[in-house]
Write a protein that binds this ligand. Structure first.
Ligand SMILES: *Cc1c(COP(=O)(O)O)cnc(C)c1O
Length: 369
C-alpha cells in the first residue's frame, strides 16, 4: 500500500533550534506562567502581525472563551455562524451563551451581514456576534462592522484559520472588537497546541491577561479567570516555526495554482476570494455537485489512500445535543456541509499527488461537456 496522504501534515521545526530554545527552561526551571519564551513569542507575533494588543493562550478555544467573556457576552444570546469547526460553538456553550444561528453567504461561506441584520430586527436581545473567517478567507468585515455598530453590540471574530491572511493591507486578525487565532498543530502556524486573543482596545489587555491566569495576582483575587496560559515548551515550538511560516504560505499558494490547473473543467464550486484579500491559502475546499457525488469522490480517494476531510461537517445548527429550539434552519450552510471536501494541502504534496486527485475526481464526476 502506498504512503497515506492526509489532508494536512504538521510542520516541524528545526530540531536543533527547538532544543536550543528549550534548553533555557532546563536551566531556569521556569516552564510556564508567562515565562521569557512566551513573552518573546508575543513580541515576535505582535511585530509580525502589526498588532500591539495580542496575548498568546494555551489553545484557540480558551482564547475564544476569554474574548467572549471580556466582551461581556457570558450567558447571553450570541449570533453565530453554523459553518465552522465545532470549537466555535463549544466555546459559546461553555460560557453559558445561547447560540442564534445565522446562515452564511453562498459565495464566501461566512456569516451574512444581511441575514444578521434581519435576525437582529427580530431578536433585539442578541448581545453579540461571532462570525468565522472560514478557511482563512475574509468575512464581509465592513458589512458586519456596520451592522454591529448600528446595534451597538460587540463583534468577536473566530480567526482560528486566518493566520497570515491579510485584508485591505492589514492582518485579518486585526478586525472586530476581539479576534482569536488557533495555533493548533494542523494550522499554518502552530505551537503544537496554542492560540492567541487580540483586542481592538489596548486597555483591555490587563483584564484579558488576568482572566488568562485564574483572575488573581498572588493573593489578590480580582475577577473570574481560567487557565489559558501557554507553556514555555509550546512557546519554543512557536518561536522555532514562526520564521518559516511565510515560506509555508507561499508553498501552499503554489499548490493552489497546481490544483486549480489540474481541476479546471470539473463541475466544482470553490469559495470566492473577496477583493482586497491576500489569502493564506491554508485549505483547499471544493464543493461537489451533490451529497452522493461527494460520498463517491471521498470513497474513491480513500481507495487510493488519500484522505480528504469534510471541513466543515455537519452544519452546527443540526447538532443532536442542542436544544431543539436552537436548531433553526440554515439552508446554505447545511447544503455546503453536505457537499464539501478539503483536499490534501501542505508542503510535501507532490505534483503527481495532485494529478492523481484530479484523475479520481474526473473519473468520478466527469468533466463538463
Ligand atoms: C482550529 C479551530 C478552532 C479551535 O482551535 P484550538 O486551538 O484547537 O482550540 C476554533 N475554530 C476554528 C474555526 C478552528 O479551525
Amino acid at each position: 500500500m502506498k504512503e497515506p496522504i492526509y489532508v494536512t501534515k504538521s510542520r516541524m521545526p528545526d530540531q536543533a533550534l527547538f532544543f536550543r530554545l528549550c534548553s533555557e527552561c532546563f536551566q531556569s526551571l521556569w516552564v510556564t506562567n508567562n515565562g521569557t519564551l512566551v513573552r518573546q513569542l508575543e513580541r515576535a507575533l505582535r511585530q509580525q502581525l502589526g498588532i500591539d494588543s495580542l496575548l498568546v493562550c494555551n489553545n484557540g478555544t480558551t482564547a475564544l472563551m476569554l474574548a467572549l467573556h471580556c466582551a461581556g457576552l457570558a450567558g447571553k444570546k450570541v449570533a453565530v455562524t453554523p459553518y465552522t469547526y465545532v470549537a466555535t460553538l463549544s466555546a459559546l456553550l461553555w460560557i453559558g451563551c445561547i447560540p442564534v444561528f445565522v446562515d452564511v453567504e453562498p459565495e464566501s461561506f461566512c456569516l451574512s451581514p444581511d441575514l444578521l441584520r434581519r435576525r437582529l430586527r427580530e431578536n433585539p436581545d442578541i448581545a453579540g456576534v461571532l462570525p468565522v473567517h472560514a478557511y482563512g478567507l475574509a468575512c464581509d468585515v465592513d458589512g458586519l462592522d456596520s451592522v454591529c455598530r448600528e446595534y451597538g453590540i460587540p463583534l468577536v471574530y473566530d480567526a482560528a484559520q486566518a493566520f497570515g491572511s491579510r485584508y485591505k493591507g492589514k492582518s485579518l486578525l486585526d478586525y472586530g472588537d476581539y479576534s482569536i487565532c488557533s495555533f493548533h498543530a494542523t494550522k499554518v502556524f502552530h505551537t503544537a497546541e496554542g492560540g492567541c486573543v487580540v483586542s481592538r482596545r489596548p486597555e483591555d489587555l490587563p483584564d484579558l491577561s488576568l482572566a488568562r491566569a485564574f483572575g488573581h495576582i498572588n493573593d489578590d483575587h480580582y475577577s473570574l479567570g481560567i487557565n489559558g496560559k501557554l507553556s514555555e515548551l509550546h512557546a519554543a515550538m512557536g518561536l522555532a516555526l514562526l520564521p518559516g511560516t511565510a515560506d509555508e504560505i507561499n508553498c501552499r499558494g503554489e499548490l493552489h495554482a497546481a490544483y486549480a490547473a489540474a481541476l479546471a473543467g470539473l463541475e466544482l464550486v470553490r469559495p470566492v476570494q473577496r477583493a482586497g484579500l491576500e489569502w493564506n491559502n491554508a485549505y483547499y475546499p471544493i464543493l461537489l455537485p451533490d451529497e452522493a457525488s461527494r460520498a463517491r469522490v471521498e470513497a474513491a480517494l480513500l481507495s487510493e489512500n488519500i484522505h480528504p476531510r469534510r471541513y466543515f461537517y455537519p452544519s452546527l445548527n443540526t447538532l443532536p445535543y442542542l436544544k431543539p429550539e436552537w436548531r433553526t434552519p440554515c439552508p446554505t450552510a447545511e447544503d455546503a456541509a453536505k457537499r464539501v471536501l478539503c483536499l490534501p494541502l501542505y508542503d510535501g504534496v507532490r505534483a503527481e499527488d495532485i494529478a492523481l486527485v484530479a484523475r479520481v475526481l474526473a473519473e468520478t464526476i466527469g468533466r463538463r461537456a
